[in-house]
Structure formats: structure tokens, C-alpha cells
Design a protein around this ligand. Structure first.
Ligand code: G4P
Length: 534
């Protein structure tokens, strides 16, 4: 452990915020990310995030696939400082077929920002990602975006969040109308209007803040009917709602809500400041030896993402490590308990989108990249001076299944090597069907585009041309039932069983009907959509 006194360690950990933005595609995640980076001074011009992405697509060969399809497959981390805070913003792929990547990224986040399009409300991908945050019990802030366009009634939106997602909300601000008539937001705490002046999309200017008590100025800016409407809704909230509970928020049981229009930079600064103030600094994480305190002097962390070919010239693999405790400096010796292997780490690397830089040291909450010689797997723990493993990173029920068919029997070995490595990276999941040969695994993915990435990479990186035969299954569910119970269930239904790489059993179902038939006929068997609940 390098010498860092307790106070420095404590200060460094307390000022870190590690979070991700979850949303349905098109709700404005890229736009919001960009505005946050602008506020943090990490970029200077709006448009940089997208420009950077498209420039990099051209230099990375397997990401060519993303370019062809116009989607983002990769996940990266962006760091910026705001006031005294160090922010680690975990970026997640926008396309829903890569939601497995997002699920894993959420394992490294201490809080999430849920972005909602004010005209569309809660959308399918929002629901899926919200469920993952809920499973982890992380605090969730809500930002209702695009108020500069015609929006749905905000009370109706709050009701939808509460009824569809099952989380109570606490609006911190409230919009004064929307679209052409949008005049800004009322901040409840300070009882003031943040006035919306117009559409400034490139630079950030502080909004004019006017106390509601300054009736003269307010009425010169806001038509009476719009103001009344907003104040009446606020009064209803005051009457019906409970007080804000920070404790409930930290447990993921209450979501503070902000309104704004990210594209026009409106409402973002207020949101960021409250978010940083209220969201948690890195906290203790569960392991096989109990909770590991971020202030523990020993360094530890876990790998939540592996990305190959960040630099196609070197064909390297980078493992993204979330630091849980201690200080990471070059030369630290760590154990990888899964492999019972000790390694010496070199300088931590930090990534900004696809660019990398070397850091002197990193603390709990930080996400750093380390060179992967090919033996890391997602979920691996790296521990200095100890031998424990962090709680695993969950896998989620796939909906697409296939077996691989290679055109050349001579390439079988190369194919298996590729499949194992790509599964370690989490490109797809691999199951063993005991009725098939071990070299003939069932491949499974949450989104079908993951299969396209697999084939593309097998060809480009492992030189194996192959095709996939899709299997007819639609649902997979993990189970903790005993072998006897599983055998009995198989005799009653035509369910198929496979095992994951950890040896856990899953049932595969052909359709919704088969799943409900099974549940009716085998009521004692518990089924799980994720392996985290086993
Ligand atoms: P995503 O990453 O969640 O998929 O969304 P993204 O930020 O790319 O935003 C989707 C579209 O919504 C973009 O328009 C973006 O400009 C627009 N948008 C985001 N925030 C706001 C907002 O606060 N108000 C309004 N009116 N629009 C917003 P686009 O036409 O698809 O792309 P672009 O040509 O503007 O980049």
C-alpha cells in the first residue's frame, strides 16, 4: 500500500461520484452527457461527444460494425471535475440489443440518472434498466427532458413513474408549461423561478433566478395562467406528498425529480449540483468476507467490462476495473482469487471515450483500465493482501439462442478459443446442453445484434468463418431447484435444461405459453430472470 494518510484517503473517496445515465434511446442521453462534460470543462464545444465517437469508429475495425449499423456498442467512462467533486460518468450503449453491457456497467455505478422524454414518459428500455438499478438498490435521480417541446402533463408523468416503475417521486422542481409556452422551472426549495430564456445549445449560461415573491418581475415574464397552473400543481404536491427523505433516496426507495431541456442547457446545472450534493460517495461493497470499506488501506476492485481492440494496431484487451477500496498505484501486487494467481499491476489508465491517459494514482470509486493478457473474466476480483471475492456481476435472462456451425472442421479449436474469450468479455453467454457435445455449446444473448458482433469478431479476430443456427427458445430462467425436482419437472413438461459456465441450471422455454404452462404445473420450482438472486 503506497503511503497515503487516512485524511487524504477519506477526502479523495468522499469527493468521488460514480454514476450512469439510463434511458430509452432518443430520450437525450448523449445530449445530457455532453452538457455535463461541458459543465465539468472536460469538453469545450457541444457536438464533441458525437464527433469523437464517429471519428473513432473509423479507426477501430470491429467497431466498423457499429458504424455500419449506426449504433454504439462500446461502453466507456468519462471523468470530469465539478467544483470539488470528481465525477466518473459511466457511458452505456444506446441500442437496446446491448443492454447486457449496460446491466454490467450498472454494477460499477453508485447512483443512476434516469432520463425521461417529457412527451413519451416511461418507455420499455427505461423499465428494464430501472429494474436492474432496483435490484442493486442504488439511488436514482430522475431528469424529465425536452420541456422545450410539447410535453405531457407533469402530474400525469409523476403518476406514470410511480405506477409503472413502482418508485415514489419527489419533484425538486416543477415546470411552467412546455413547448412554445415553456417559461422555466420553479425550484421548490428556494421558491424561485429559473427562467427559460431560449435555446442556447452550445455554451452554458446561468439561468436567471427570480424569487416567486418578486411578483412584479415574475408577471412581466410569465403569463398569469401558466404561472397559476404550475402553482396549483405545486400546491397539490405539497398537500398530497410526503417530505423528502434523503435516507429513502439513498436506499433507492424515492426518486428526486428535476425538469429541464438538456439540448438548450436548461436545468442541467441545477440538476448536476443537487445530484452531486445528494448522491452517495463510494460505499462498502459485499464480498465473500463481508463488506469491504472504501477507506480500507488495502487496494481492491472488480472487473465489470472487458473491451478488446481498443487500439486495433495492438489487438489489446482492456479490462475495466471499478476500485472498491484503497489506493491503486503502479507496482501494486494483487491476487485474482478465481485463478489463485498473483499479478503486479502497471500504471492505471484512464479512458475518455476512446482516448487514454496514464494516472499516478486512483481511489475507490474510480474506474480504470488495465491491460488484460487474456485471462480476466467479467466479475473477477483483484485484491491486495487478501483473498476474497466481491459479489458477482449478474447475468440476465437471454431471449435469443443459437448453436454455431463452422464451415471448416479444422478451425474447431480456434473457434472454441474465440468463443471462450468472447464469453469472458460478455459478448454472449455460453450454456452447456448435456444432450449435446461439450464442443457444441448453446450461445445465448439478450439482444440479437450481440450474435452479429460475435460472428463479426470470430471472423476478424480469430479467422473463423461460421454461421449460427437459431434455436427456437424465447425465454431462459435460472433455477435453484434440486436435480430430483428438475428431473420431475422434465417428466411433466417438455422443458429443456442447460447449465451456465458456473454450473447453475437454467430452463429454456419455447414461448410465453410454455413458460406459463411450466409455472402452473411445477409451482414449487422458483424461476429467476437473473442469476444474482440464486
Ligand atoms: P440518446 O443518446 O438518448 O439516444 O439521445 P440523443 O442525445 O442523441 O438525443 C436524441 C434527439 O433528441 C436528438 O435529436 C437531440 O438533439 C434531441 N434532444 C435531446 N435533448 C433535447 C431537449 O432537451 N430538447 C429537444 N427539443 N431535443 C432534445 P436528433 O435530431 O435525433 O439529433 P441531432 O441531429 O440533434 O443530434
Amino acid at each position: 500500500m503506497p503511503f497515503v494518510d487516512k485524511k487524504t484517503l477519506c477526502d479523495e473517496v468522499n469527493r468521488r461520484r460514480t454514476f450512469a445515465i439510463i434511458s430509452h434511446p432518443d430520450a437525450g442521453k448523449t445530449t445530457m452527457t455532453e452538457k455535463l462534460l461541458l459543465l465539468g470543462g472536460a469538453i469545450r464545444l457541444a457536438g464533441s461527444v458525437k464527433a469523437k465517437k464517429s471519428k473513432k469508429f473509423a479507426t477501430s475495425d470491429w467497431m466498423e460494425l457499429e458504424k455500419q449499423r449506426g449504433i454504439s456498442v462500446s461502453t466507456s467512462v468519462m471523468n470530469f471535475e465539478y467544483r470539488n467533486y470528481i465525477c466518473n460518468l459511466l457511458d452505456t450503449p444506446g441500442h437496446q440489443d446491448f443492454s447486457e453491457d449496460t446491466y454490467r456497467t450498472l454494477a460499477a455505478a453508485d447512483a443512476a440518472i434516469m432520463l425521461i422524454d417529457a412527451a413519451k414518459g416511461v418507455e420499455p428500455q427505461t423499465i428494464k434498466l430501472f429494474e436492474v438499478c432496483k435490484l442493486r438498490g442504488i439511488p436514482i435521480f430522475t431528469f424529465v427532458n425536452k420541456l422545450d417541446r410539447e410535453a405531457r402533463d407533469p402530474l400525469e408523468l409523476m403518476h406514470e413513474i410511480e405506477s409503472v416503475l413502482g418508485i415514489p417521486t419527489y419533484p425538486m422542481s416543477w415546470p411552467v408549461s412546455s413547448g412554445e409556452r415553456f417559461r422555466g422551472i420553479i425550484e421548490r426549495e428556494t421558491k424561485s423561478l429559473h427562467y427559460f430564456e431560449g435555446r442556447n445549445t452550445t455554451t452554458e449560461t446561468a439561468a436567471r433566478v427570480i424569487p416567486l415573491s418578486d411578483k412584479e418581475q415574475i408577471s412581466s415574464l410569465v403569463p398569469e395562467d401558466l404561472l397559476q397552473e404550475a402553482l396549483e400543481s405545486l400546491e397539490m404536491l405539497e398537500m398530497a406528498g410526503d417530505d423528502f427523505s434523503h435516507e429513502k433516496f439513498l436506499k433507492g426507495e424515492l426518486s428526486p425529480v428535476f425538469f429541464g431541456a438538456a439540448m438548450t442547457n436548461f436545468g442541467v446545472r441545477l440538476f448536476l449540483e443537487k445530484f452531486l450534493e445528494m448522491s452517495p460517495s463510494p460505499s462498502a461493497k459485499g464480498s465473500s468476507q463481508g463488506k469491504i470499506d472504501p477507506l480500507s488501506s488495502e487496494f481492491s476492485g472488480f472487473i465489470f467490462k472487458i473491451q478488446a481492440n481498443m487500439d486495433p494496431k495492438h489487438r489489446d484487451r482492456i479490462a475495466f476495473l471499478r476500485i472498491v477500496s484503497g489506493v491503486y498505484e503502479a507496482g501494486v501486487n494483487v491476487t485474482i482469487p478465481r485463478l489463485n494467481r498473483e499479478i503486479r499491476l502497471t500504471h492505471p489508465q484512464q479512458f475518455f471515450a476512446q482516448d487514454r491517459s496514464t494516472l499516478d494514482r486512483a481511489f475507490a470509486g474510480d474506474v480504470v483500465g488495465i491491460y488484460d493478457p487474456g485471462f480476466f473474466s467479467i466479475g473477477d476480483s483483484l485484491v491486495e493482501g487478501g483473498n476474497f471475492e466481491f459479489e458477482g456481476i449478474p447475468s440476465f435472462a437471454p431471449e435469443n439462442f443459437a448453436v454455431v456451425r463452422t464451415t471448416s472442421a479444422l478451425k474447431r479449436k480456434q473457434l472454441l478459443k474465440g468463443l471462450v474469450q468472447l464469453c469472458q468479455e460478455g459478448t454472449v453467454q455460453m450454456f452447456v446442453d448435456e444432450s449435446r457435445a461439450a464442443s457444441d455449446p448453446v450461445l445465448a444473448a439478450v439482444g440479437s445484434l450481440q450474435f452479429d458482433v460475435l460472428l463479426f469478431r470470430l471472423k476478424n479476430e480469430y479467422n473463423v468463418d461460421c454461421a449460427l443456427d437459431n434455436l427456437v427458445f424465447k425465454h431462459a430462467r435460472w433455477t435453484n431447484a434440486s436435480s430430483e425436482e428438475i428431473a420431475e419437472a422434465k417428466s411433466k413438461t417438455d422443458v429443456v435444461t442447460v447449465r451456465d459456465m458456473q454450473g447453475n441450471y437454467l430452463f429454456l422455454f419455447k414461448n410465453d405459453f410454455a413458460l406459463s404452462y411450466f409455472q402452473e404445473n411445477c409451482p414449487k420450482i422458483s424461476l429467476f430472470k437473473s442469476n444474482s438472486t440464486l
